[in-house]
Design a protein around this ligand. Structure first.
Ligand code: FES
Length: 82
């Protein structure tokens, strides 16, 4: 099970966290990955970049944006989900 967490703190929210979550939800559902990936929101991870949205995959922290969310998912999340 992959723990996919999107920061919904103020800074990340302003950078499009809601759109990132919607993209991830769509990709999880359309790829039938509900049993492999647990998608959660988190309050500020203490690593606001001011430019992008903080996302963690298991314990690894990354940053992404609404535009990059699908590519990020395919590269970092699907690889981890196997
Ligand atoms: S608001 Fe997302 S890391 Fe601070």
């Amino acid at each position: 099970m992959v723990e996919l967490t999107v920061c919904i703190g103020t800074s990340c929210h302003l950078r499009g966290a809601t759109k990132v979550i919607k993209t991830f939800q769509h990709l999880i559902t359309s790829n039938k990955l509900e049993k492999n990936i647990s998608l959660k929101g988190a309050f500020c991870m203490g690593q606001c970049s001011g430019k992008k949205v903080r996302v963690s995959v298991n314990s690894n922290v990354f940053e992404t944006s609404p535009e990059e969310a699908e590519g990020f998912f395919l590269k970092e999340v699907l690889n981890t989900a196997g």
